[in-house]
Every structure is written in structure tokens, then in C-alpha cells.
Design a binder for this molecule. Structure first.
Ligand code: DAH
Length: 429
């Protein structure tokens, strides 16, 4: 399972363990109650609550935050980098995370008794709807839009503990690409048929309908694309290895692992799309590959962010580090202090007939406030009819060592005010 560091819901081996754990979890959850009485409102819709409902007010409160669309969030920068890399692919956003069981499970050929369907692993809105547990839930929607190469990024939901590396809401990117008889990748190798006409046998390395030599080409196309993609996102020639895997919707399937901090870390799942899945979507003549990758884990490595919970913070000390960056900027996150910020604004009329440079003010503030200054920025500016100019600056104070008191910050703030009025002749508003 992607983005959840240790647990796997798809691989057969761990099913039993999860089933035992799941039983324990669901009993506990039932006892504690979920806080919704008759219906639950999510985005624009009301859903009746029933015995299957296990979403909580807490998880519902995170729906619609759309971190991957918010400038200033590293997940937005990463999403932009992904879109840039896959610029020839269609890009889809599905803002509503509520999907039916068909989308999340059935259309992906996930068996009825598969562990991922359990209440202990998935958030059920009610017996018919879940909060999508992966972006693969939208494969079918994109295929119905007649797309043959697409990328879809979305928030996904899985019941899990919350700690430095796990969160019940995280983000994934799905990429998908179809080929047909006339695709240049096949034609150029002298191949003009994708499917076996006789001896339909499924082996470890191919599905019954596919020709082995075609699968080999698509596998190599897919792996080359993905390796370059990951290298591009992580800016370095990071060691990688492909490991065989199992997913109900692809065969053969692989996971890609990268070597990071003395450990092999799994970062994505991929494979040759099950032909049955395509046929069910009315596509008979194509073969393709799909991949699903978790964004948080990648962003944590890319920007050296130590805790997954930081993506959810509104702390400007965190967000300001990513706010004005471009997706290709190599940003190294600087840890913010665990002590609270103190925010003071300062507004004044600029001196007339003097060229005013904001950077001079920033330097002055840092000069007086030293290490207590976390950020300074203009938050408002306007000019009156008479040509008088006003600026408002926000100064964020925070110490790495201790909790600051309002009084001590006030002393520094007053010093800044005094300096600009006495030396620079501004008039406080
Ligand atoms: N949906 C899988 C998960 O969340 C990831 C995945 C694996 C997506 C293989 C794919 C794929 O498209 O081909 O763990």
C-alpha cells in the first residue's frame, strides 16, 4: 500500500494480519460512536448514515482543503512538477472524494472479500459510498472521457494511525497510458498485433490475451518513463530497484523502491492494466500501463520535510518557505520552531519625495529584531487621491529557544516603530 510506510493492503501475504487487526479496530470504533446521527453533509451532498458509516467529523473536516491546489503548500509544488513532467497527458481533478463502491473497488476487479474493502481499512460514508482510498478509483472515469493518456491527482483516505509518517488523509497521483496496434512504439519494432490469437495462457509475466513481446515493450516503456520521472522529481541519480508486486487491477505488477537514508523505500505501484478492466470500459484494442504514487512520501524526501502532519499546517513559518517558489526550485525545508508565533502589524504613511524600498525596511526589522524575526512582508498598500502612500507590514516573531511573551516582543516592535518615525520620518497610521 502506497504512502503508508509499512502496511500493505493489496498484497496477499498480509491479508490475514490485517483482518485480525481490522476486527479489533472496528469493534473499538463502534463503541466510541462516530458523531453523525441521520445524515452527513459532504461538499454539496447529503448522505444517509447507516451501519456502514465509519467516517468521523474529524476526517470530514479535512475534505475540501485541497492542499495540492494551494499555492504555498509543497504538495502543490510537487503536483505542478508532476503536471509539467506529464505535460502531454490529460490532467484530471476530481474534487469530490466521495465515490461509489463500483469506482473504488468493482471496476478495478478488486474481489468482494478483499481486505481493502473492510471497514477497518476504508472510510465508508454509508453502505454505497466510500471516501476514495486511492486515485485508481478514477481510472474508469478518465477512460470514459475517452482519454488514452492521463494523470489524476487527488486526496485519498485510509483508516490509519496518525504519526510522523502516517495520516488518514494523503495524496496520490495516478498516471495511465494506452497503446494500440499502430502506436509508434510498437510499429517501429515491426509489431502490428497486441493480442494472442491462440494458446491463451496467463503466466507470471503476461496476461492470457497479450503477446509476450508486446508486454515486454510496454514494460520497458513504462519503466523508462517512471525512472526518469522519479529522477526528475528527486533531482538526483538516486538508486532504484523494481520489485514484483500484486495488484488486482494490473498484471504483471511492480513496485518501485528507492534507496534513501540507508533503507529501500517503496514509492509507487504500477503494472500492465488488466485487459478485463479495459474491456469493461468498452476498450478492446488497447494495452496499457498504470501507476499510482503517494505524494507526501515523495515531497518529504524532495524537500526534506520530517513530519507528514506539517502539510496540514497553516503556520506561515512553514508555508512561506514554499509560497513564492516555482515547481523546479530545489527547496530545502528549514525546521520551524515548536514555540508559537507572535504576529504584529505596523502601518504607516511613507515619507513623500523619498524613494521607498521595502527591502530596506525588511533589513531594518531583521537588524533590530535579530533571531526573533521569522518573517516580514507587506500585507497591504494603497495610495490616496492626494498621492499619499500607505504600507502595512506584518512582522512574525518567534524564537527557536523559548516561548516569547507579548511584552518582550512589544519592546522590540516599539523600537522598530521608533526607528522608522525618528530616522526615516514616516508617520504612523
Ligand atoms: N492504487 C494502488 C494503491 O493505492 C497503487 C497502484 C498500484 C496504482 C498499481 C496503479 C497501479 O495504477 O497500476 O496502493
Amino acid at each position: 500500500m502506497l504512502n503508508q510506510f509499512k502496511r500493505k493492503i493489496w498484497s496477499q501475504k498480509t491479508c490475514v494480519l490485517n483482518a485480525i487487526k481490522g476486527h479489533h479496530l472496528s469493534t473499538k470504533a463502534k463503541e466510541s460512536g462516530f458523531g453523525f446521527k441521520e445524515s452527513v453533509h459532504i461538499l454539496d451532498n447529503n448522505y444517509a448514515v447507516d451501519d456502514w458509516t465509519n467516517i468521523t467529523p474529524k476526517v470530514v473536516s479535512l475534505i475540501g482543503r485541497n492542499l495540492y491546489l494551494k499555492k504555498g503548500n509543497p504538495l502543490y509544488l510537487l503536483s505542478e512538477a508532476i503536471r509539467h513532467y506529464f505535460k502531454d497527458y490529460d490532467f484530471f481533478v476530481f474534487a469530490d472524494p466521495v465515490v461509489d463502491l463500483k469506482s473504488n473497488f468493482d471496476s478495478l476487479l478488486i474481489p468482494k472479500d478483499h481486505v481493502s474493502r473492510q471497514k477497518s481499512d476504508t472510510y465508508y460514508v454509508n453502505k454505497d459510498y466510500v471516501l476514495r482510498s486511492h486515485t485508481s478509483a478514477h481510472q474508469n472515469h478518465c477512460l470514459h472521457k475517452k482519454s488514452t493518456a492521463f494523470v489524476c491527482i487527488a486526496d485519498v483516505y485510509r483508516r490509519d494511525e496518525i504519526d510522523r509518517r502516517h495520516h488518514s488523509v494523503f495524496h496520490q497521483c495516478e498516471a495511465f497510458r494506452l497503446y494500440h496496434n499502430n502506436s509508434p512504439q510498437l510499429i517501429s519494432r515491426g509489431i502490428n498485433h497486441v493480442f494472442e490469437s491462440h494458446k491463451l495462457v496467463r503466466t507470471d509475466s503476461k496476461q492470457e490475451n497479450h503477446c509476450q513481446e508486446v508486454v515486454d515493450i510496454i514494460e520497458s516503456e513504462m519503466k523508462t518513463t517512471i525512472e526518469a520521472f522519479v529522477r526528475n522529481l528527486l533531482w538526483e541519480d538516486i538508486p532504484m530497484r523494481w520489485v514484483s508486486a500484486y495488484f488486482p487491477f494490473t498484471h504483471p505488477s511492480w513496485e518501485l523502491e528507492i534507496y534513501h537514508n540507508n533503507d529501500w523505500i517503496e514509492i509507487l505501484g504500477s503494472g500492465i492494466v488488466e485487459h478485463k478492466l479495459l474491456q469493461n470500459a468498452g476498450i478492446n484494442d488497447n494495452i496499457g500501463w498504470a501507476l499510482g504514487i503517494g505524494l507526501e512520501r515523495l515531497a518529504m524526501i524532495r524537500y526534506q520535510i520530517p513530519d507528514i502532519r506539517l502539510f496540514w499546517t497553516n503556520d506561515s513559518g512553514f508555508l512561506s518557505q514554499f509560497e513564492s517558489a516555482c515547481h523546479s526550485d530545489k527547496i530545502v525545508y528549514k525546521p520551524i520552531s515548536s514555540h508559537p508565533q507572535l504576529i504584529f502589524d505596523i502601518s504607516f504613511w511613507l515619507p513623500q519625495q523619498v524613494f521607498w524600498c521595502c527591502n530596506d525596511f525588511y533589513d531594518l526589522v531583521r537588524n533590530i529584531g535579530g533571531d526573533l524575526i521569522e518573517q516580514v512582508k507587506v500585507i497591504d498598500e494603497y495610495t490616496t487621491k492626494e498621492g499619499k502612500k500607505s504600507h502595512t507590514y506584518r512582522i512574525v516573531y518567534r524564537s527557536h529557544e523559548r516561548m516569547l511573551s507579548k511584552d518582550e516582543v512589544n519592546v522590540v516592535h516599539k523600537q522598530i516603530e521608533r526607528y522608522v518615525t525618528d530616522e526615516w520620518k514616516v508617520a504612523m497610521r
